[in-house]
Design a protein around this ligand. Structure first.
Ligand code: NDP
Length: 244
């Protein structure tokens, strides 16, 4: 099966930014999307918007730090639409700060959401993909993991952990599953909202100056999904031309 039409795509972090843009684009192109995030009112509004435009969407309140929530999201896809073609593990937090600040709770949250959240998605979807004989993992990582800079070391480490486990997964997946990592650069989203004010302005300034629309990342994800079954797009970097 190639293309996007008719595919069932579950997306975590679908309540804003890149996840929301991806849901809208894929639904417009005929995918049935299954939306997960913690803010149900956002998901309900997005699903209604997709349905009003003639698309199909389901949603489930999903906290990716809870393994059962990922199982529920995958089960919703299978119960509602009969299969799961793609899991886009996109939920993420970037609570960047100097290591000297010892914001250990933020470190733990980044590990829980960015790494364990992806692992719980794999735990939920991999048995389904194996039983079906097809399936595609798309994991959102970051250029923060490609060019290591101060303040972002824990965040970058979580993203590179996902890069590493995605490559391992690809090698173990065999010839019937696909694994893609997408590394966005600066994208204008709500990503910076929770960053400590002492650091936030620097990130927001860069986002305002050069940040891409989240649609740019959505198009990259769509490109990976629309390839014929035997074509595995492994690694995509999408960043502003102005980003160093
Ligand atoms: P947003 O803050 O707009 O979106 C983040 C999404 O993650 C939201 O939908 C949020 O939903 C969800 N989320 C956060 N914590 C959890 C959780 N515990 N369980 C479930 N969902 C959660 O930012 P982006 O769209 O920019 O971020 C999407 C991905 O892109 C992230 O993985 C981020 O690291 C990555 N990225 C972003 C870049 C950028 O410049 N914007 C650059 C490189 C990578 P809710 O709060 O409703 O749960």
């Amino acid at each position: 099966m190639s293309g996007i039409e008719g595919k069932v795509v579950a997306i975590t972090g679908a309540s804003s930014g890149i996840g929301e843009a991806t849901a809208l684009l894929l639904a417009e192109r005929g995918a049935r999307v299954v939306l997960g995030a913690r803010r149900p009112e956002r998901l309900a509004a997005l699903a209604a918007r997709i349905e009003e435009a003639g698309g199909q969407a389901a949603w489930s309140r999903t906290d990716v730090t809870r393994r059962a929530d990922l199982s529920d999201l995958v089960t919703l896809a299978c119960d509602r639409y009969g299969k799961l073609d793609v899991l886009v593990s996109n939920a993420g937090v970037g609570l960047i700060s100097p290591l000297d600040d010892l914001r250990v709770e933020d470190w733990e949250e980044m590990i829980d959401v960015n790494v364990k959240g992806v692992l719980y998605g794999i735990a939920a979807a991999l048995p389904v993909f194996r039983a079906q004989g097809f399936g595609h993992f798309v994991n959102t990582v970051s250029t923060a993991g490609l060019r290591i800079v101060p303040l972002q070391s824990v965040y970058a480490a979580t993203k590179n952990a996902v890069r590493t486990l995605s490559e391992g997964l690809r090698q173990e997946a065999g010839d019937s599953l696909r694994v893609t990592v997408v590394s966005p650069g600066f994208v204008r989203t709500e990503f910076a909202e929770r960053i400590d004010p002492s650091v936030k302005a620097r990130i927001v300034d860069k986002m305002d100056a050069m940040g891409l629309s989240p649609d740019a990342v959505a198009r990259a994800i769509a490109f990976a999904i629309e390839q014929p079954d035997g074509v595995d797009v492994g690694d995509i970097v999408v960043r502003p031309t102005a980003q160093d």
